[in-house]
Design a protein around this ligand. Structure first.
Ligand code: NAG
Length: 457
């Protein structure tokens, strides 16, 4: 009896082991290819990198099937790529790995041009089949928001694809005013969407952004075919200063209800000329590689009424003094804008003025000093110097008169410093030497230097 028992026990053991082994084999054949484990040697539990590679691979297969040409914009991945040393090290490794698409973060970011996206019911199914959880974040289409229009047309702004705690983030880029790309902020509104909330600090989420359309090239990263911006350093540098501020259309509408717009032929004529002068200014300064922002009255016009102030009679821009180069003057003159006056010097209170068609362009150079920023003013007939003091600010993109321009991100502080807390009220009599609350008298230029420091043409 004990003998038989032993045989039975042995047979049972063998049978169980065989079934277990078969099951394991079945499981592996069934699931391993699906999860792409073979690439990493199929060692059971997925590491963080393996999970990230997997979600990217599945995502890329999905968008390829639907002909959506996404491109990599993940700043952590692109920063790795732009370092030649890392590339070299990567090419020397033999075993499969995920060096670029997997970073220290739990997401990888791609971009898609909005006009290439169209709704397709089978897209959701196909995502589900691949085990990808899909979330679409929509928002208002800013291209349709204007002064008279309270349109609520919503467009897709972001897509999130999630698998096993890892994510692909797709930022949708839209062309605006025919010359730049824009993306909206990412706001998780529905409570169910908030389960995606651990993915904070996305590259393209906390605020809207603006970019030039990048040139793309196809490459292979970590065994996957991916489109990337051709000039990585340019793209990364644009990203670091891409924040975009939408004009405050609702407040501008309220302003125009209080103070109806001037639609006289003179005002329309000024707006048209100011618009072409602003476009020309942007073109000239971009040629010489000098960034500028809207200053004084032009900045107030954008902030208060999303337009130029018709009685302001000039266009005002600011430039950091570190960006000054003599070629600025030559470039404007070549563009048909003669120099009208040049006050001050690079070390102190530099100011340039060019004569456009009936409209003057004033360029104020800004100096950083301890905890303030200032620009100078000069009265030609007396040689008196003035100083306009502002709190520190950074620069953001905005749109004015169908042009992408920079404005101080802290626009309210800037405008308040320059025009006081009553900036909302239109004021037609303004004396640049005494009206601004931030003006300070700053001595007199020595008479012997007047020829050089006060040039009027
Ligand atoms: C990439 O962009 C930078 C900055 O705009 C520029 O200086 C550089 O020449 C560009 N590189 C190439 C290869 O085009």
């Amino acid at each position: 009896m004990p003998r038989i028992n032993k045989t039975v026990a042995l047979a049972l053991l063998i049978a169980t082991s065989t079934i277990f082994l078969l099951f394991q084999l079945y499981y592996y054949r069934q699931y391993a290819p699906k999860y792409g484990l073979s690439v990493f040697g199929g060692k059971g539990h997925l590491s963080a990198k393996e999970s990230q590679w997997l979600v990217v691979k599945k995502f890329l297969a999905l968008v390829r099937r639907f002909n959506l040409p996404v491109f990599l914009v993940d700043t952590a991945s692109l920063a790795l790529l732009s370092e030649d040393a890392v590339l070299l090290k990567d090419s020397q490794l033999k075993s499969p790995h995920c060096s670029f698409l997997c970073t220290h973060r739990e997401f990888t970011t791609f971009a898609l041009l909005g006009n290439l996206w169209k709704y397709d019911a089978s897209f959701l199914e196909a995502a589900e089949e691949r085990g990808l959880e899909f979330l679409e974040i929509r928002g208002k289409d800013p291209r349709l928001v204007s002064m008279d229009d309270v349109s609520v047309n919503e467009i897709p702004l972001h897509f999130l694809f999630r698998l096993g705690g890892r994510m692909v983030h797709v930022v949708v880029l839209y062309e605006r005013s025919g010359h730049y790309l824009w993306h909206g902020p990412l706001r998780l509104r529905e409570p169910t969407d908030r389960t995606f909330a651990p993915f904070k600090r996305l590259d393209f989420g906390c605020h809207a952004g603006a970019y030039n359309r990048p040139e793309l090239i196809l490459t292979t990263l970590d065994g996957l075919d991916v489109l990337i911006p051709k000039n990585l350093s340019r793209f990364l540098s644009e990203h670091s200063q891409a924040r975009f501020l939408e004009c405050r259309y609702r407040e501008a509408r309220a302003f125009y209800q209080l103070y109806p717009d001037d639609t006289s032929p003179e005002a329309m004529d000024f707006r048209m000329k100011a618009k072409s002068l602003l476009h020309l200014t942007a073109q000239v300064l971009s040629q010489v590689g000098v960034p500028f922002w809207l200053s004084s009255g032009t900045c107030l016009g954008w902030f208060r009424q999303c337009n130029v102030i018709p009685y302001s009679k000039d266009v005002d821009v600011g430039i950091w003094i570190k960006d000054y180069k003599p070629s600025i003057i030559e470039a404007f003159q070549r563009a048909g804008l003669p120099l009208k006056h040049k006050f001050g010097k690079v070390e102190d209170s530099l100011e340039l003025s060019f004569q456009g068609l009936d409209v003057k362009l004033d360029i104020f150079f800004f100096y950083k000093e301890n905890d303030i920023v200032w620009n100078g003013g000069t009265q030609a007939k007396s040689g008196k110097k003035f100083k306009y003091v502002f709190p520190h600010f950074s620069l953001c993109w905005a749109e004015l008169l169908e042009l992408r321009v920079r404005v101080p991100c802290e626009t309210l502080d800037y405008v308040t410093a320059n025009y006081g807390p009553e900036w909302i009220r239109p004021v037609k009599t303004w004396d640049w030497k005494s009206s601004p609350p931030n003006v300070q008298e700053n001595g007199v230029w020595p008479v012997r230097e007047w020829d050089e420091l006060i040039q009027v043409y």
